[in-house]
Design a protein around this ligand. Structure first.
Ligand code: HEM
Length: 312
């Protein structure tokens, strides 16, 4: 394909945008007010607003959001890459939020709430995996047009993604260290590395429910990646051997597997898309590239929930 130069419509003038992240002033409405407004508008949406903004823009900082895509090249595909990268970052944040809250619900023995959050976490992960439908339209040539301008920028430096990996139990002191020079990011990253993961809390929850879990699984060095354990597998085996559909612990196990499954799809699609875009070239982040990505496709966060299936 002939090289196409992008034309940027520049739909927002950045000079007019308030860059603060303080909550912006907004109105509050009620059922009665909304009814009154719809009556006054003859059923049509409102189109006149006082001041220089409106509640939609103010609520989600929409004008600011749309000024944060700043390409570094003339490469046509870069715009797609930036927007999809940012979309994925937001989805990692949404995913982490659900996992963080599910962990806290489990700590309070609120199992149905935790399962609901895990179900949303699974849906978000599937959505993240789907993002490769768009990203894989970036061609090898198209990527080369802006690749040098990325410097060492790589998704492996996503602190939000690293929080997701850590809360799911795939700890790595080495990968955490990549963020130690950023003072507004590092304290939470360190805390995340040193805290029990969601799965560690699931195991503590099983122990509270009377399953015989090795003491070493309930108090260990949380900075270390999770390693499969026989007592945990035995607990899941008992749960999976008992009545299924009525058993909320079986539902918990299946929610975790579905999430792990979706995450594997995400990793696999990343690996395949990257193979398609850069072949066997090294990554921008200093790794061997697809060799590294292939290796991480093997990982499961909740290993016993997979290994027990051989015996079922
Ligand atoms: C479309 C072009 C892309 C290519 C060619 C690509 C390539 C790579 C490569 C080669 C790695 C290994 C580390 C390294 O850079 O050396 C990597 C890691 C990673 N990439 Fe991408 N990537 C792409 C897009 C994205 C996007 C849009 C995201 C989302 C923000 C992303 C997220 C990640 C993450 C989270 C890792 C770390 C994986 C891990 O630690 O297990 N990638 N990518």
């Amino acid at each position: 394909m002939a090289r196409v130069k992008p034309i940027f419509p520049n739909l927002v003038d950045p000079k007019g945008v308030d860059c603060s992240n303080d909550r912006r002033p907004m109105s509050i409405t009620t059922d009665d007010l909304r009814k009154e407004l719809a009556y006054k508008n003859d059923g049509k949406p409102t189109v006149e607003f006082a001041g220089n903004s409106n509640d939609y823009v103010a609520y989600q900082f929409i004008d600011l959001l749309h000024t944060l895509q700043i390409p570094r090249s003339d490469g046509y595909d870069e715009s797609c890459f930036i927007v999809m990268g940012q979309v994925k970052e937001l989805l990692f944040q949404a995913l982490h939020f659900e996992l963080y809250n599910a962990k806290h619900q489990l700590d309070q023995d609120q199992l149905p709430e935790a399962i609901r959050m895990l179900s949303r976490a699974r849906a978000i992960t599937e959505y993240i995996a789907k993002s490769w439908d768009v990203l894989s339209t970036i061609t090898a040539d198209g990527f080369n047009e802006y690749r040098d301008t990325l410097g060492q920028a790589s998704g492996q430096l996503s602190f939000m993604y690293r929080h997701v990996e850590f809360i799911l139990g795939n700890k790595s002191e080495r990968l955490a260290k990549a963020h130690s020079n950023i003072p507004h990011v590092w304290p939470k990253m360190k805390a995340s590395l040193e805290s029990p993961s969601l799965y560690d809390r699931v195991i503590a929850f099983l122990a509270r429910r009377g399953y015989a879990i090795d003491a070493a699984m309930l108090e260990r060095d949380w900075t270390q990646p999770y390693v499969a354990n026989d007592s945990v597998e035995a607990a899941w085996r008992t749960i999976y051997d008992s009545a299924k559909t009525e058993n909320p612990l079986f539902e918990l196990g299946e929610s975790l597997v579905s999430l792990d499954d979706a995450f594997s799809q995400y990793r696999w699609r990343h690996f395949v898309s990257v193979s398609r875009i850069i072949g066997h070239k090294p990554g921008t982040g200093g790794s061997a590239g697809v060799g590294w990505l292939r290796q991480v496709t093997e990982l499961h966060f909740f290993p016993e929930l997979w290994s027990l299936r051989t015996a079922l």
